[in-house]
Design a protein around this ligand. Structure first.
Ligand code: ADP
Length: 164
């Protein structure tokens, strides 16, 4: 069976932190599926199609990186796609506590599933999508936090009312 890993998140928008996790996880897996979770209760900042397009652009030279969107439980998606590994990044102890309970609950629901954690590289510890959204919302320049080759300013389509 192929070693396929799912990297789930909101990627609203993708940052250099996300990019770094995917690139560092690539040698461990034959394929990585970046999965944008759609949450009915939480309308995103950028439209899902736009987020997906940006991620595809970032990994256009990597045939072993795929981008999908999904609704519902991540474990259900893993079952459906026969995926046994989830990748998550760890920035802080707060991330750890949050991820530990999700990872343990997911394993209860799908015992074959393993969550693989990669520590963030020091330069990206403080980076998260929320900060990037805040910069954009306030008219700032977030380009240094975003992967090369994409420009968040090319779209005016964002939801200013999106919850943090
Ligand atoms: P964010 O927390 O930035 O809103 P997501 O909810 O899309 O991002 O997170 C998806 C995954 O990416 C999570 O496992 C998260 O820990 C990881 N991640 C996000 N930013 C970074 C970063 N700067 N360094 C390492 N991992 C990160």
């Amino acid at each position: 069976m192929k070693r396929i890993a799912l990297f789930p998140g909101s990627f609203d928008p993708i940052t250099k932190g996300h990019e770094s996790i995917v690139l560092r996880a690539l040698p461990l897996f034959e394929k990585i599926i970046v999965a944008i979770g759609i949450n009915d209760l939480k309308k995103g900042f950028y439209p899902v199609e736009q987020r997906s397009e940006w991620i595809k652009t970032v990994f256009k030279d990597y045939s072993d990186v795929e981008v999908i969107t999904y609704e519902g439980l991540t474990v259900d998606l893993c079952k459906k796609l026969n995926i046994r590994y989830i990748i998550r990044g760890l920035r802080t102890s707060a991330d750890f506590e949050f991820e530990r309970s999700i990872g343990q609950m997911n394993k209860k629901m799908l015992p074959d599933l393993e969550t693989v954690f990669l520590l963030t590289t020091p330069e990206y510890t403080a980076l998260n999508s929320y900060i990037v959204r805040d910069i954009i919302r306030n008219g700032g320049d977030a380009s240094q936090f975003i992967p090369d080759g994409i420009d968040l300013h090319t779209t005016q389509k964002y939801n200013d009312q999106a919850a943090h």
